[in-house]
Design a protein around this ligand. Structure first.
Ligand code: AKG
Length: 316
């Protein structure tokens, strides 16, 4: 194991890093008070600190088909969006076709290209271009685009704030996972993600896939795969152990993976616990330009279950 990785096992390393970035943790202050968490903002935090393990989002505790249409703002959406909001509780995703024009997608692609060439944006974690929203007013403004946030705010019945953007030039080929173990909230259910196709997607260029209905599976935590931490160190399981556990759960259920064969400008919105990933790339030369935006609800506790770190939010 490399030195950096080894160091990250120790919670002390995270506490010092968090103290250094304490301003970016202030977003949790009111929520800690509201939910009775008596810990310093820089301390480790995990599901062990919270009493319950199920979503409290309104469309998870009740059925959107029954309750959404009577909520203020519902009639402002177009018929397709209204119908898909009604199916949110059952499906855990929705698709907004051609939400972005070709020109808007091209402008984002040109911006990402420019940021890469200037050296400001580099691949990390394999083939991810992270946090372009912190570098570019165009990407930043895209995260706050009302066409997106009006739907997201409605789905969570809370104001959303972007946590991160991830741009891909090629398919991720990422194995099935739920975002909730990466970006976790208390109460649960208050993460939501948007995936924007920045070019046409085919089976050749490694589409995103998702399992409709899988958001109803139990939320998974470190304790579910023996990855519990000690007071000073994180658990010793690997991310592959999490992926294997989820594969086993998927096998025991009837879910069918669906590829998102999007047209440029189409958007997929997914639930905090919807299982998804990236399909294999068949044409190794093909690009698959896309952008993910992960949002949290503004007023909940935001953290990362796997690493037990509170989320660092650069709010503006
Ligand atoms: O775009 C992809 O292939 C995967 C993206 C993803 O899984 C994520 O951002 O959570």
């Amino acid at each position: 194991m490399r030195g950096g990785k080894q160091l990250k096992k120790y919670k002390l390393f995270h506490w010092l890093y968090n103290l250094w970035h304490i301003k970016s943790l202030r977003h949790n202050r009111d929520a800690y008070r509201r939910y009775g968490i008596h810990k310093p903002l820089f301390a480790s935090i995990s599901s062990k600190d919270f009493p319950d393990k199920t979503s409290k989002a309104w469309l998870d505790t009740d059925d959107a088909a029954l309750i959404a249409s009577s909520r203020e703002g519902f009639s402002d959406f177009d018929p397709s969006t209204r119908s898909q909001i009604g199916q949110w509780s059952a499906k855990g995703y929705m698709i907004l076709e051609k939400l972005f024009s070709d020109k808007e997608a091209d402008d984002i692609n040109a911006e990402i290209n420019r940021l890469q060439h200037s050296g400001k944006l580099r691949f990390t974690n394999g083939n991810k271009l992270m946090f372009a929203n912190r570098l570019s007013p165009l990407i930043h403004d895209t995260c706050y685009d009302k066409r997106l946030t009006s739907v997201l705010d409605f789905l969570l019945d809370k104001k959303v704030v972007p946590f991160q953007t991830i741009n891909f030039i090629r398919g991720s080929e990422q194995k099935a996972h739920s975002d909730s173990i990466h970006m976790t909230t208390y109460p649960l259910g208050y993460l939501i993600a948007v995936w924007i196709a920045l070019e046409d997607i085919t089976l050749q260029n490694g589409p995103l896939f998702y399992y409709p209905g899988s958001h109803k599976l139990p939320f998974l935590f470190n304790s579910d795969y023996d990855n519990d931490s000690s007071p000073l160190t994180l658990g010793d399981k690997t991310y592959a152990d999490y992926e294997d556990m989820l594969q086993d759960i998927l096998k025991q259920n009837e879910f069918q993976a669906v590829p998102f064969l999007a047209k440029k400008g189409d958007v997929l919105i997914w639930h905090a616990n919807l299982v998804h990933g990236g399909m294999p790339i068949k044409d190794k030369n093909a690009t698959r330009k896309s952008m993910v935006i992960h949002y949290y609800a503004d007023d909940v506790i935001k953290y990362h279950e796997i690493t037990e770190r509170p989320s660092l939010m650069k709010l503006d």
